[in-house]
Every structure is written in C-alpha cells, then in structure tokens.
Design a protein around this ligand. Structure first.
Ligand code: FMN
Length: 184
C-alpha cells in the first residue's frame, strides 16, 4: 500500500484476533515510530510489548487497581475488566518518558510520542494489521503505572491493541476536510 493510500484509509479496528503480527511486521512498526518528528531528537518515548500470557498479568494489574477504587465492584464487571487486555493478541503500551530540556517542554515530548504512536498505527494499517489506540482510566491509575515500572514524569499515552482483523473493516465516514481548513 502506498503512503497516501494508507494515510487516507486508516481506520481503527476493535475486533482483533490471532495471530499477532510477526516480528518482521512489528519491526516495520517500530522503525516507523522512530521516524516521528521529535524536537531536539530526545526520543522521549518507550514502548512495552505485551503478548500471550503477559496480557493476563496486565489484566491482573487492572483488576488490582480497580478493586482499590471500587472494592464492591460486581464479579461481572470485574470479569469484563479482566477480559479487556485479552481483546487482541498483542498490546503495545506507549509511554512518554520526558527528558529535562531547556527548550523542549513536556507537552512537545508528549506530542512527539503521540506522533510515534500514529506512525505505528499507519504502518500497521499499511501491512493489513488491525490496530486501535485506547486509554481509559487504567492509563493514568497509579497502581498500573507503578506496576508497569513507570517512574517520575513518565506517563502512559495509550494501549495500542494490535492483531489480525476479525470481520469487515468499519467503512470510512466521508468528511469534508474543508470544514477544518481556512485560508488566513
Ligand atoms: C489519545 C487517544 C485515546 C483514545 N482512547 C480510546 C479509548 O479508550 N477507547 C476507545 O474506544 N477509543 C479510544 N480512542 C479513539 C480510537 O482509537 C479511534 O481513533 C476513534 O474511535 C476513531 O476511529 P478511527 O480511528 O477509525 O477514525 C482514543 C484515541 C486517542 C487518540
């Protein structure tokens, strides 16, 4: 798929199934991440790949975090939560790891990390891999960030679910880009 076709047609895929992308396909994602625009070339990101049984360990952390906030949560809700990391064969946890820099504020480093994530989303789509960027309360929960080893100013910017596409892709919604662009 050429670059413009990929950019014009990317869509999130929430129904994902086995197999996870192979290593060569993943390397193309990782290489694309490293081409994100990055003020000061600080590489203010790191990514955790979560596959197979590691997804269950992530689910345990989600359960532990949620039980702290909602000790009376129903078993059904807890089961639903435990199933979340199992919705795809693989998750990439995108972490912004800001560096001290006199000219590059944390916001710019978060934007660079977001651009790296989007580059991976496009690289996934271009290779026929389904992907969806999710956050939710677990992304900012201290129990989760601590258990995943985040330190200091680090933050989770997304859980990127990846896998083979299960069923038809969602049709693209036609939008008029002119609504968002004006001559000045
Ligand atoms: C920072 C960020 C966080 C997101 N978090 C969620 C989320 O928690 N749950 C969800 O269903 N979609 C989430 N989304 C939106 C989807 O990833 C998706 O982009 C959106 O539903 C639009 O669909 P499309 O990508 O196919 O255009 C998030 C997107 C971004 C950029």
């Amino acid at each position: 798929m050429d670059a413009l076709t990929a950019l014009h047609s990317r869509v999130s895929v929430s129904r994902l199934t086995d197999p996870a992308p192979d290593q060569q396909t993943l390397n193309n994602l990782f290489k694309a991440a490293m081409r994100a625009p990055d003020h000061g070339l600080l590489r203010p990101w790191r990514f955790l790949t979560v596959q197979g049984a590691a997804r269950e360990r992530l689910a345990d952390i989600f359960v532990q975090a949620t039980l702290q906030d909602e000790p009376d949560i129903t078993a059904a809700k807890l089961d639903k939560l435990r199933g979340k990391p199992l919705r795809a064969p693989m998750i990439i946890i995108a972490i912004c790891s800001p560096k001290d820099h006199p000219k590059v504020p944390v916001l710019e480093q978060q934007l660079a990390t977001g651009a790296a994530v989007e580059n991976m989303m496009i690289a996934a789509h271009a290779q026929d891999v389904g992907a969806i960027w999710r956050t939710g309360p677990m992304a900012t929960h201290e129990t989760v960030t601590r258990a995943l080893g985040l330190t200091g100013p680090e933050s989770i910017l997304g859980f990127i679910y990846l896998g083979s596409i299960d069923g038809p892709r969602r049709p693209l919604k036609e939008e008029d880009f002119n609504d968002y662009f004006q001559d000045w």
